[in-house]
Design a protein around this ligand. Structure first.
Ligand SMILES: *Cc1c(COP(=O)(O)O)cnc(C)c1O
Length: 453
């Protein structure tokens, strides 16, 4: 039982916590919700008020909060071993999980390098790709081809390979340069496309030309497969990823896919690249890996990549990278149990009907007066709010329209977080159709109310 009052907790929060991606001056004016319990798709605050977790607790939650099987797995593991290191030792849970990940990731991706968050999984991928090229005798291949509007995390290497201007702007002098390709962004892509049907092709032509010029100086290409998440849930047209894989082959570039957001069922398949039968050379996974319970990530590589790091000790081909909590047994135990639940619940099979329902509901949003682009990939979606529906003129960002919709949604019992002026739908995969209906009803009401003025 919580014996400390909500008021006390709020005041200590404002006194001691510096919240991520938050203007703390605004935060100090708000009455922050203090979450005390979780139950299925619901978060329950210290006053007992329930909120549907519309963003799966930062895109991590899969089987719901406090799922008994996961809780039991965690409790059982904590009584055996809470942590030991993979630097010089191994542990049962990290071995079993690596084996399982090799099995469920696309064929050929069999070598699992652990870390503990999505950004580090991408740092590992980038460093691995470069050292691979060095050890193949091509140290001049030090650059990366990246995409506009991409997001790969907040550490400096991850920001460098990302393509979102506001993150880049502030830290520019600290970042390494990349070669940025246009991403298919329908009516907003910088090629000036007006037809979403041909935008993908034009972006690919542009990528081809970029590779023809720069590939010899590049270690690899970095892409969020199918869906640019934090960039606004921007969906690539069918066939796009397949073509990117072909171009990487043609120009001998390592293909690094960032499945941190898309992995573990979000797109309707276990991994997004399965939709296009694409096997990357290196794949980063994190968010859903431990079902939202604990920080865990992995960078999974092919045998070709791995074998470039083998050699005599004195050759210094060792991969010089590692994190303290690599392969944490608690996180691995929960991840293993989560993958068991995927199977015993038939979770992937249950998704299709929810994805179809979400699609139908989203199409009804199109009629609202301030709704612009609507984007969906599996159980991830974004509804863009615009000042002018015809010209798609955006709301001035200072008006915080997306934020205001999400604040309003709280009164409908929904917790959501926008991406700019796009309202995000990214619920735990376990969500029921009735709960999904509640979520969509609530968001529709708040969008209507906030955009009415
Ligand atoms: C969230 C995210 C990351 C960063 O993960 P963190 O755990 O927040 O460091 C990287 N790539 C993608 C695609 C993401 O969605």
């Amino acid at each position: 039982m919580n014996t400390i009052s909500t008021e006390q907790l709020r005041s200590w929060d404002k006194r001691y916590i510096w919240h991520p991606f938050t203007q703390m001056q605004d935060w100090a004016q708000e009455e922050p919700i203090v979450i005390e319990r979780g139950e299925g798709v619901w978060l329950i605050d210290s006053d007992g008020k329930r909120y549907l977790d519309g963003v799966a607790s930062m895109w991590t939650n899969v089987h719901g909060h406090c799922r008994s099987e996961l809780n039991e797995a965690l409790k059982a593991q904590v009584d055996r071993l809470e942590h030991s290191t993979l630097l010089g030792l191994s542990s049962e849970q990290s071995i079993l999980l690596a084996r399982k990940l090799a099995e469920i990731t696309p064929p050929g991706l069999d070598r699992v390098f652990y870390s503990d968050n999505g950004s580090t999984a991408m740092e590992v991928a980038v460093k691995m790709a470069y050292q691979y090229q060095v050890q193949r005798g091509r140290p001049e291949r030090s650059r990366f081809i990246t995409f506009r509007n991409a997001y790969h995390g907040d550490t400096l290497g991850a920001v460098s390979v990302g393509g979102i201007d506001i993150y880049h702007g502030t830290f520019q002098p600290l970042l390494f340069e990349t070669i940025q390709a246009p991403s298919p962004y329908c009516y907003r892509c910088e090629l000036g496309c007006t037809d979403p049907g041909t935008c993908g092709m034009r972006c690919l032509d542009s990528l081809d030309a970029i590779m023809a010029e720069y590939a010899v100086a590049c270690a690899g290409l970095v892409i969020e497969p199918l869906l640019q998440g934090a960039g606004g849930m921007i969906v690539q047209p069918p066939g796009f990823l397949r073509r990117v894989r072909e171009l990487c082959n043609r120009y001998d570039l390592l293909m690094i896919t960032d499945e941190v957001a898309t992995g573990f069922g979000r797109t309707g398949r276990m991994f997004a690249c399965e939709h296009e039968a694409v096997v990357p050379d290196i794949m980063a996974i994190s968010k859903g890996i431990a079902a939202g319970y604990l920080p865990l990530a992995a960078t999974v590589a092919t045998e070709d990549v791995y074998s470039a790091f083998l050699g005599e000790y004195s050759q210094l081909k060792t991969f010089f990278h590692g994190h303290t909590f690599t392969g944490n047994p608690l996180a691995c135990a929960v991840a293993l149990k989560s993958l068991e639940l995927f199977e015993s619940d038939g979770l992937l099979e249950t998704l299709q009907v929810k994805i179809t329902y979400l699609k139908e509901r989203l199409s009804m949003f199109a009629g609202l007066p301030h709704v612009g682009d609507i984007r969906q990939c599996g159980l991830a979606a974004a509804v863009e709010l615009v000042l002018d529906k015809d010209t798609r003129e955006p709301y001035p960002w200072e008006q915080k329209t997306g934020i205001r919709v999400c604040l309003d949604a709280r009164s409908n019992g929904i917790f959501s977080r926008p991406l700019g002026n796009s309202v995000v739908i990214f619920p735990p995969l376990v969500i029921s159709l009735e709960e999904l209906k509640l979520l969509m009803d609530g968001l529709e009401r708040s969008i209507t109310a906030v955009t009415a003025d």
